[in-house]
Design a protein around this ligand. Structure first.
Ligand code: SF4
Length: 458
């Protein structure tokens, strides 16, 4: 039987898709290979959120070919959906499976392997409605545009980061109905769709029963959770339903849009015994003119009200933000205004993205594209500011007792852990098993990490 190796790129949602692909491959009796060199099939589950993400995927195709010239390379994910023709030209690519056909990937590979590479070009596709864009080429392309896309089954399986077996991520929502001018995601993931609440509950209960103490709920547009369901639901009602899951200590939300962080959500996180005191809320710019050009539906004042309300109600909460720098037309003055906005906000860390024009988006066609050198410089300034904000937050935690979940990495005299308020902690003393919740008294900061010793457990 053939074996496979899967390489996941990008966000937690893409990683969760990778988990589902892996599960389906295993269900079809493929075996997991420990490395590229050992694999007969190498699956690249790609991201396309920036030009750098595309470049990463192309470089990986070349690396796989170098390390294992016999491997059959299957490219799927967001980049495959956005630019299938570009990918199928890459030497060594066996087939390209867009997000629209991701749920059929294992079946496609199974059929192709069974019939052999040469005959594969004439195989019947697994779905009668499916069309191959490139029947005459060796690398077949399986993709549909969006008329059918929104009806594809919800793909996503709880998945762990590559390096650890703790803090599984569960995708509960996919796609996006918004239309941010810089973003290619709605074009490659289709309309918003949600995993029904009873299914979420079932999966959360099963992860809790397996002994995981923290899990992360992820989605592309998490705040829109439930709006598409026949029995309409909402993120808040889901959070309320999850409050009573037995044995689970902690749930974290991956990212939520500012206007969807209602006072109800903030109050729930404030009161909850389950929800980590941590919210990640994309800002993108601190300047209203740029927010309008980005087609973001809020003003900087509205954003400030949300984060200030969180800080007022949850003084220790981690509050993170995404920021895009170098959006077309962004002046130096506007960059400074964004820096000043962040400086006076209660944000505790930043994810900084350099603007990268995505073909097919409105922003890619806008006048006033900012030069790469200027973008690089502004990114660095924002990253430095983010580091400073994080350090200030860390300093506030010294002398405090934080609740942390232990991770995989442990040595004789320390254990890596993640605090409820999203700070990495080096727990001193004898190694502790992964997936334990312990209380740690923070004694200092060393090499950018909080350090401290255990004072109790839960
Ligand atoms: S909300 Fe905007 S940035 Fe987020 S996925 Fe949707 S279109 Fe993209």
């Amino acid at each position: 039987m053939s074996n496979f190796h899967i390489i996941n790129f990008g966000c937690r949602a893409t990683q969760a898709d990778g988990g589902e692909i892996e599960r389906e491959m295993l269900a079809r009796s493929f075996e997991k290979a420990p490395s590229i060199a050992d694999a007969r099939i190498v699956i690249l589950n790609t991201c396309t959120v920036t030009a750098a993400a595309d470049r990463d995927a192309r470089q990986t195709v070349r690396r796989v070919r170098r390390e294992n010239p016999q491997a059959k390379i299957v490219v799927t994910g967001c980049y495959a959906q956005r630019a299938p023709e570009e990918i199928r030209q890459l030497p060594g690519v066996y087939c390209v499976v867009g997000n629209s056909h991701k749920h059929l990937l294992a079946q496609i590979v199974d059929q192709k392997m069974a019939s052999g590479l040469q005959e594969a070009a004439t195989d019947d596709p697994p779905d009668a409605n499916e069309r191959s864009l490139a029947p005459s080429c060796t690398a077949e392309v399986y993709i549909d545009q969006f008329t059918r896309f929104e009806k594809t089954p919800f793909v996503g399986q709880a998945l762990f980061a590559a390096t650890e077996r703790t803090r599984p991520s569960l995708k509960i929502q996919d796609g996006c109905d918004a239309n941010c001018s810089f973003c290619i995601i709605p074009a490659v993931r289709g309309r918003s769709r949600s995993l029904p609440p009873d299914e979420v509950l079932k999966q959360v209960e099963s992860l809790a029963a397996e002994g995981y103490k923290e899990l992360v709920l992820s989605g592309i547009h998490l705040g829109s959770y439930g709006r598409d369901l026949k029995a309409r639901s909402s993120l808040l009602s889901l959070l309320e339903a999850l409050e009573n899951v037995k044995d689970l200590c902690r749930i974290r939300l991956s990212s939520i849009e500012p206007l969807e962080v209602s006072e109800g959500v903030i109050d729930h996180v404030t009161r909850s015994r389950r929800f980590a005191k941590h919210l990640h809320i994309p800002l993108q710019s601190g300047v209203d003119r740029i927010l309008r050009l980005m087609r973001r539906p809020y003003t900087s004042d509205q954003y400030a009200q949300v984060v200030c309300s969180i800080r007022r109600k949850i003084p220790d909460a981690a509050i993170g933000a995404d920021v895009i720098t170098g959006f077309p037309g962004e002046t130096e003055e506007e960059h400074r205004a964004t820096m000043a906005f962040i400086e006076r906000s209660p944000l505790t860390y930043l994810h900084v993205f350099s603007f990268s024009p995505r073909p097919g988006t409105l922003a890619a066609e806008m006048h006033g594209q900012v030069s790469p050198q200027v973008i690089k410089h502004r990114s660095q300034e924002l990253r430095d500011l983010g580091k400073r904000k994080k350090f200030e937050f860390q300093q506030q935690m010294v002398g405090r007792v934080l609740s942390v979940v232990t991770l995989d990495r442990a040595d004789h005299d320390f254990t890596d852990a993640m605090s409820e308020n999203f700070l990495a902690v080096h727990v001193e003393g004898p190694a502790i098993d992964p997936n334990q919740i312990v209380e740690v008294k923070i004694s200092g900061i060393d090499h950018g990490l909080l350090t401290g010793g255990v004072v109790g457990s839960r």
